[in-house]
Write a protein that binds this ligand. Structure first.
Ligand SMILES: Nc1ncnc2c1ncn2[C@@H]1O[C@H](COP(=O)(O)OP(=O)(O)OP(=O)(O)O)[C@@H](O)[C@H]1O
Length: 236
């Protein structure tokens, strides 16, 4: 699992991939002027690859993840997801793409307090009028060790259990990409490693492409490839 798998020596933009970024820039306009969060990012992520993104605070990691997750739009450059050019899509097409293809796991679990774990997991599917594959979700819950907790409310679960529920919610619609922004950031070491093992196990079973921001070298060691951001660019 550990190791830096290489994907050939061709230029990034010559390769096909699940995610392909060419010359991505993101500039925020603030009252103090422009902030250049991304300064020309070229990146290809292969289908089924697990990529970890590291780098100092403010280097552009979350901005990059948000653009790949279609939560933000780039200021310039091209973004292809399964060779469909996302930056040319309408809002409606982007929403549809996000709902079908992408699952999100955040540092804050973002579970709704007044709904059970099962309802939290199934709610996005219901809102999008997508079918709930109960057997698949129960299978995930069993692997994640929270099958007995599906009828409980979030505040009845530990932080690690809540993050496992959030992971199942992210996977419930069988997305092709899972975007994880510091998924272990709120957890102690051991629980964090349990989450990393689950992400790895789910990905091996279901073949998702995983993009994860982390500050932790050990979490990053679970990935196939690690990239480092610096001043809005990929350093290595
Ligand atoms: N909405 C925004 N408006 C203005 N500037 C922003 C905004 N979001 C991010 N930035 C700036 O863009 C740069 C990159 O931010 P980003 O959050 O992508 O970095 P990061 O590497 O994820 O940092 P951290 O590790 O602290 O989360 C920073 O200088 C940040 O202050």
């Amino acid at each position: 699992m550990n190791g830096q798998r290489k994907y050939g020596q061709r230029k990034e933009c010559d390769r096909m991939g699940m995610v392909r970024l060419e010359g991505i820039r993101k500039t925020y306009l603030t009252s103090h002027g422009e902030v250049h969060a991304l300064n020309g990012v070229d990146l290809t992520v292969e289908e089924g690859e697990f990529l970890a993104i590291m780098g100092r605070s403010g280097s552009g990691k979350s901005t990059l993840l948000n653009i790949i997750g279609t939560l933000q739009k780039p200021t310039a450059g091209s973004y292809f997801l399964r060779e469909r050019q996302v930056d040319q899509m309408t809002e409606k097409e982007i929403l549809e793409l996000r709902r079908r293809e992408i699952g999100f796991v955040f540092q804050q679990y973002r579970l709704l307090a007044s709904y059970t774990i099962w309802e939290n997991i199934c709610m996005p599917l219901a809102l999008d009028q997508m079918e709930v594959d109960e057997e698949y979700i129960q299978n995930l819950a069993e692997r994640c060790g929270i099958l007995e907790k599906l009828d409980a409310y979030p505040d009845q679960l530990s932080g690690g259990e809540q993050q496992r529920a959030a992971l199942i919610r992210a996977m419930a619609h069988k997305p092709s990409i899972v975007i994880a922004d510091e998924p272990t950031g709120n957890l102690d070491y051991r629980t964090g490693m349990e989450i990393m093992n689950l992400i790895t196990e789910c990905r091996l079973s279901f073949g998702q492409t995983i993009l994860m921001v982390t500050h932790d070298n050990e979490c990053a060691s679970y990935a196939d490839r690690v990239i480092a951001m610096e001043d809005g660019k990929i350093k290595n």
